[in-house]
Write a protein that binds this ligand. Structure first.
Ligand code: SF4
Length: 370
């Protein structure tokens, strides 16, 4: 469990099992919600209330985000990695993945290809390779990309608070760091070697970035490792903690489900689409102001539906390969990819789907103070 939570795993499980329909109704009628409401809304007892949860989540979403959907693209700058995450094709031991780190010229080519689609926000992604992806290199990449995009976020190895200060100065404002699992024992099993084996260092990543001044702090667990209700209870506790400690920043949720990888890893716990929807609705109701992303790991129909009720932003035309937008020929992309995507639509097809549902595509929703 999230270490600062004062309830044990067994106590959380017992509370979830005891939730009654009346407790769910109570959580659905409250104006302000707490961690116990989150438990009520993710419980099995809440399943018959999904239609009401959809309505309430949609109303909460409209209060903060109107009918808009922000779009972004991930930009993979390299896939070398010293870690051994059992579920990832970028892990150091996996020989089936071709390794590559892009040069600055290649990164510019990728960025130009993304920008041509209209996308104005990028998430810079790289494997954890401290010799290659130093703070200095990430800052250099940031300065280059900031001349092309309005908003930059990072999904790279956790850094020190000073490192985040340098990256903020280079133009990054957002950070994503998946805890993968809040269960310390399972975490050890899934991350047997490399710097990522340090649970606490990873857990405090958002705190260090928030203290350095990052504006968006992305949190998630990997759906399919631990039982999802227990992990969701920890994620919510983590979010409440960050909202207290880094009150000037905004928490962003993502709910990535394990995708098939070439290395053969399969989910340890099933999370079906109904579970995923229930969880996303519950988080939107309890955290109406927070950002929420829907992953490209999900099929188009689900993504198009959930951006109307819970999520407020989504990627468009994603490539999970270094060089996937412009640098590589099509037949080489798959051997460098982190996972297999479920939504293979072009950016224009994603925008058309958003507009067909009466929503507006937003490319830029923030400007720095001058
Ligand atoms: S999940 Fe991240 S840290 Fe782990 S092997 Fe993949 S790229 Fe490396």
């Amino acid at each position: 469990m999230f270490p600062l939570l004062k309830y044990t795993e067994a106590e959380v499980a017992a509370r979830l099992a005891k939730v009654s329909p009346d407790a769910v109704r109570g959580s659905l009628t409250k104006k302000r919600h707490d961690w116990f409401d989150l438990l009520n809304l993710i419980s099995e007892a809440a399943q018959p209330f999904i239609p009401q949860m959809r309505q309430l989540a949609q109303a909460a979403r409209r209060c903060y985000y109107g009918k808009t959907v922000s779009v972004y693209a991930p930009l993979y700058i390299g896939n070398t990695c010293v870690n051994s995450c059992r579920y990832c094709d970028f892990r150091s031991q996996h020989t089936g993945t071709v390794r590559r780190n892009l040069t600055l010229d290649e990164i510019r080519a990728e960025a130009d290809a993304i920008r041509k689609t209209g996308v104005d926000s990028v998430l810079v992604v790289a494997g954890e390779d401290p010799k290659v992806n130093t703070v200095a290199r990430l800052a250099e990449v940031g300065r280059l990309l900031k001349s092309i995009f309005s908003y930059l976020a990072l999904e790279v190895a956790p850094q020190t608070e000073d490192g985040y200060g340098e990256l903020l100065a280079a133009g990054y404002e957002g950070l994503t760091c998946f805890q993968e699992t809040y269960d310390q024992n399972l975490y050890r099993e899934m991350h047997p070697a490399g710097p990522k084996a340090d649970y606490d260092w990873r857990l405090n990543t958002q705190l260090r970035a928030g203290r350095a001044g990052f504006r968006i702090l992305g949190c998630a667990f990997l759906l399919g490792l631990g039982p999802w209700r227990r992990e969701a209870a920890s994620l919510a506790a983590h979010a409440f903690y960050l909202m207290r400690e880094c009150y000037e920043a905004k928490v962003q949720f993502a709910f990535p489900r394990i995708c098939r990888v070439d290395g053969g890893f399969t989910s340890l716990c099933e999370v079906d689409e109904g579970d995923l929807e229930q969880m996303m609705l519950a988080f939107r109701i309890v955290f109406p102001q927070c950002c929420m992303t829907v992953s490209t790991r999900e099929p188009p129909a689900f993504r198009d539906r959930i951006v109307q009720t819970a999520a407020d932003n989504m990627s468009a035309g994603s490539r999970v390969t270094p060089g996937g937008y412009a640098v590589l020929a099509d037949n080489r992309k798959q051997h460098l990819a982190q996972f297999k995507l479920s939504d293979g639509r072009t950016p224009d097809e994603v925008y058309a789907a958003i507009r067909a549902n009466g929503q507006e595509v937003v490319f830029k929703n923030w400007d720095n103070r001058i």
